[in-house]
Each structure stands twice: as C-alpha cells, then as structure tokens.
Design a protein around this ligand. Structure first.
Ligand code: GLN
Length: 540
C-alpha cells in the first residue's frame, strides 16, 4: 500500500497544543499497529531554534543525531516511537538555505528561482525524506507550525496542497481550531473557526476533519453548525476539550470520540482496533498517586511556560514510576541572591533540580542552591549547566578554591574547573557549534548512576560547549566527588556524584530528552524514588 500522509494545521490562535494533538494522533495510530513518522514544519527564518532565546521559543529539543529542533519533537518522542532526527524538523530558513545554495551552484540551469515551484518542491522533498527514514513507514504526520492566515506559512500550505493533488486518496488534512465560550453571551462561538477554514479553503485546502479546542464538550448542534459552515462531515467534527488532570489524557479523549477509526477510514487503512491498555494503566497510576513529592527547579527562564518542557515532563514520569505525584515549584535563580537567605528564598522542597542554561547570568543563585543541598543532605539533580554548578560549588567550598568558576561565566577565573572543550576554542559563529547529540558513556560499577541505569554503557544526548576540566579531577576525587560516568574511549567526565550525600548527582548531558511516560528515565525515577524513601524514613 502507498504511504499515507496526514497534514495538521492550526487556526484562530497559537498555543492550541497542536504538537500534543499531532503526537496523540500518532500514538493512537501506533496503538493500531501502524508504523508512523512525524515531521514538524516551522515557518520561521532561523535555520534551527538553536540560536533562539528560550524566552521566545521555549526549549530546544535535541535528537540523537544532534539536530537542535522544535520542542514539539519532545511531544512526539514522549507519545510515539516515530524516528526522530534531522529529517523530522524543517524550517523556512533551512528550505531557503538549500534553495539558495542550489542557485549558487547553478543547479537551476538559468531558470528564475521562485517560491512556486522551487521552494514548494524543496518542502515536498523534506516530506518525502521524512517518510524515507524507515523502510516500513505507513503514515507520515506533518504538523505545520504557526496559524493559518499568517503570511509566512503560505509556502508550506501551498506545498501540501500540491502534495495532496499529486497523491489523491493518500492524504488528509486535519485542522485544529478554537471554539471559545463567551461568558457574557453565555454561548460558544463558531465564527473564528469558520473564518480560519475559509482562509484554508482560499488556498485550496478543504479539511477532512476539524478538531475543536474548547473548554467543555461541544453540543451536537454546535458540531452540526461547524460541519455546515466549514464543509466537513458532521462525524468529522471532534472536540478536544481541556483535559482535567494530565496531558496524557488527550489520546484517550480523542479515541473515545473515534478519532483513530475515522482517520483510518478516511485514508483507507484497515487495521485492528487500538490497544490502549498500557497507556490506560499508566494513566491510572497518574490519576491515583500514593503520595506527593515537591521539587524546586532553579533556573533563569522560569516565567516561560515551555523553556524546560522536557524537564517538567521527565519529573512527572519519574513520579509515575514511584507511584506518587510531583509538585513543581519554580525559582528564578537571580531572586535567590537578592533575597539574601537561601532558606527563605527556596526552602521547603523535598529535592532540587538545576536545569541547563547558558551565559553568565543566574550562576550565583544556582551555586547557593547546590551548597544548600550539599550541606543539608537534600537531594540535588543537576542537568548540564546544573552539573557544572555542582562542580563549581564543590570547588569553592570543599576544595577551598574560592574563585573557581566556569570560563563561560568568568573567563579570567584562576581556577577554571569548567572550561571549553579544547577543540572548540576557535568558535566564531554561535549556530551549530556545540557538542551535540548522542554519545556513549561508560559507568563506574557500584555508583548511584550505575545502580539507577542497571547497566554500564549508556547513550545520552548532549548540548553544550563547556566540560569538567580534568586537571582538577584528582583533587575532586580526594575530597569526595566521584566521577561515575566517562565518555567511552575518551576522558570527558559526564556524570559526577557527591559520595557522602543521600543523592547529589550531576550529568553533563540531557537525560530529560529521553524520558517517556511509559519508559521513565532511570535517573529521574531514581531521584524521585530516593526522595520518597527519604521521606518515608523520616515518617513523612
Ligand atoms: N552553558 C553550558 C555549556 O555550554 C551548559 C549548557 C547546557 O546546560 N545545555 O557548556
């Protein structure tokens, strides 16, 4: 059978949860035994989100092959088994970069280079390349970023119109829209959805299905109205109301309305019904926790909802595996310094996590957090920059190197315990110059890390420029720091643990990118589990 394609667009407003919806549809198809691949098309001109400020773009999700991608790929990873690589996320910047390079090489043989067909052809090539990642791909889900009606998403929409025209019977369009409830009028309003579908139809795309984001389930009457005005069969109008407790309820809610059955019917796919038993079992644990742990995250983009998306999710997964729920408290590291008292600023949590970060700002509040945890025996988990912070704190207060620092924050420090990878010292451009993607790491037996993973060779994803400076290794070990993970066939320190502490561990990589609700990451599980045990031992 030919490969089938589902195009997912969004209308009315942004932040409707298009990525989560696309991932949920992918999940449901996988539950029917269908092999899927997912692709995110982003309409901005940046080549990748790697150079964007997290305040603007949120988290940068890194794949095994070192692509810096949109955070929606994190949803795809958590909900599905789609291959995820450089072929899974394309931006307008990448498309133009390719087209312009071809033009300079003379590949267009003297032709005028235009949006149609050259840019749209390149977009179509990316869709085919995503499908070609695995030999047995059956369905490709393509999510188009942005909102229908934006100038910048037009070439993508035109490309999918052509793609569909060239493959009749193999493509469907699902449009995600917003149906607001107007309190003053006491009514739900369909007009914004009508307008956004009109905008789609103007470019020649008629949706096959409409998913309506709404606060409460829509009445039959409203669905009939949307059906009539938007030219979509009534049974293909599905509501996606706000979930009450967990984002992992979304696939179940969509399945309840027969979404996967309808998609398969529209695409002419015959498959067994979806088996959601594992997901439902996980959800049962999520909805019936036996206790709670409170984790403080100390970072510098805490006000942005999505800056640490995968970290938040991985903490939830760790909690699922321990059968508890997690309450996350967010702390801006700068405010800890301003407050003067660490206890007053961040006290009261069962454990603390310091996530990744860049630049000079925010360091001191994080160092105070690490000191607070180390001296009080409170569990601490450092991710990437969080490990570097833990090293700097240990150097200053245990080794007595008072001005120890990372050269990223202080290039003139007399004790550069964290410094730049030698081979990268020549960096001139910021884009794509980091140690990126998956590397193997050998674990030392009988360490916290080795016990958590239950094996001695692991692969984890990196995104950083600076590393632990091995000239200080012996001094650290002598004072009670254990380097429990080292780059396989290399000497870079990837994991560090404070030996005389219940749970203080830092990793130079990003374990949060490899955690799923059905396969919680071992370090997040162990972190939460150790807190649960510590609380129980105290009779809490
Ligand atoms: N800024 C640090 C580095 O480049 C840490 C990066 C991170 O936390 N992802 O090494």
């Amino acid at each position: 059978m030919s490969i089938k394609y589902i195009f997912i667009t969004g209308g009315v407003v942004s932040s409707l949860g298009k990525g989560l919806t696309a991932a949920s549809i992918g999940h449901l198809l996988e539950c029917r035994g269908i092999q899927i691949a997912m692709l995110k098309l982003d309409p901005y001109l940046n080549v990748d989100p790697g150079t964007m400020n997290p305040f603007q773009h949120g988290e940068v999700y890194v794949t095994d092959d070192g692509a810096e991608t949109d955070l929606d790929l994190g949803h795809y990873y958590r909900y599905t088994h789609s291959p995820l690589s450089k072929a899974s996320n394309t931006t307008t910047g990448q498309i133009y970069d390719t087209v312009l390079k071809k033009e300079r090489r003379g590949d267009y043989l003297g032709n005028t280079v235009q949006v149609i067909p050259h840019v749209t052809d390149e977009i179509k090539n990316r869709i085919l390349a995503c499908a070609a990642q695995a030999a047995n791909t059956q369905v490709v889900l393509v999510e188009i970023g942005g909102t229908v009606g934006d100038i910048e998403s037009l070439p993508f929409l035109e490309a999918i119109r052509q793609f569909r025209y060239e493959r009749p019977g193999d493509c469907i369009n699902i449009h995600l829209t917003y149906v607001p409830y107007l309190k003053a009028a006491g009514e739900v309003k369909t007009k914004p959805s009508q307008h956004s579908v009109q905008a789609l139809r103007e470019i020649g795309i008629v949706p096959d299905m409409i998913l309506c984001r709404c606060e409460k389930a829509l009445s039959d009457e409203i669905k009939a109205k949307i059906s009539l005005f938007c030219h979509v069969a009534k049974e293909a109008v599905i509501d996606e109301k706000d979930v009450e407790n967990s984002i992992y309820e979304v696939p179940i809610e969509l399945h309840r309305q027969g979404l996967d059955e309808k998609v398969c019917k529209l695409l002419g796919i015959s498959s067994p019904p979806a088996d959601l038993s594992r997901w439902e079992k996980m959800l049962h644990t999520v909805l019936h926790p036996k206790g709670k742990v409170v984790i403080g995250i100390v970072g510098k983009y805490m006000d942005h909802q999505d800056a640490y998306k995968s970290v938040f999710e991985a903490l939830h997964h760790g909690a699922f595996s321990a059968g508890v729920e997690v309450e996350i408290r967010r702390f801006e590291s700068d405010r800890i310094v301003e407050n003067g008292s660490v206890e007053a600023a961040i006290g009261g949590c069962d454990g603390y996590l310091v996530p990744g970060g860049f630049g000079e700002r925010g360091w001191e509040g994080k160092v105070l957090t690490a000191k607070y945890c180390r001296t009080k025996g409170i569990p601490y988990f450092g991710l990437c920059l969080g490990m570097q912070v833990m090293i700097v704190e240990f150097a200053r207060h245990v080794l007595g190197l008072k001005e120890a620092h990372s050269t990223e924050a202080n290039p003139n420090t007399p004790d550069p315990v964290i410094s730049m990878l030698i081979e990268q010292k020549e960096i001139q451009n910021l884009g794509g110059t980091m140690r990126l993607g998956a590397y193997p790491c050998r674990l030392k037996p009988d360490t916290l890390a080795c016990k958590a993973y239950g094996k001695t060779l692991i692969w984890e994803r990196h995104r950083h420029r600076y590393e632990f400076n091995n000239e200080y290794k012996a001094a650290f070990e002598e004072k009670g720091m254990c380097f429990s993970g080292t780059l396989e066939h290399g000497s870079l320190c990837e994991i560090s643990e404070v030996v005389d502490h219940p749970w203080m561990l830092g990793v130079q990589f990003h374990p949060e990118f490899k955690s799923k609700p059905l396969e919680p990451h071992p370090l997040f599980s162990d972190f939460i589990q150790s807190i649960v045990l510590q609380k129980r031992a105290k009779g809490l």
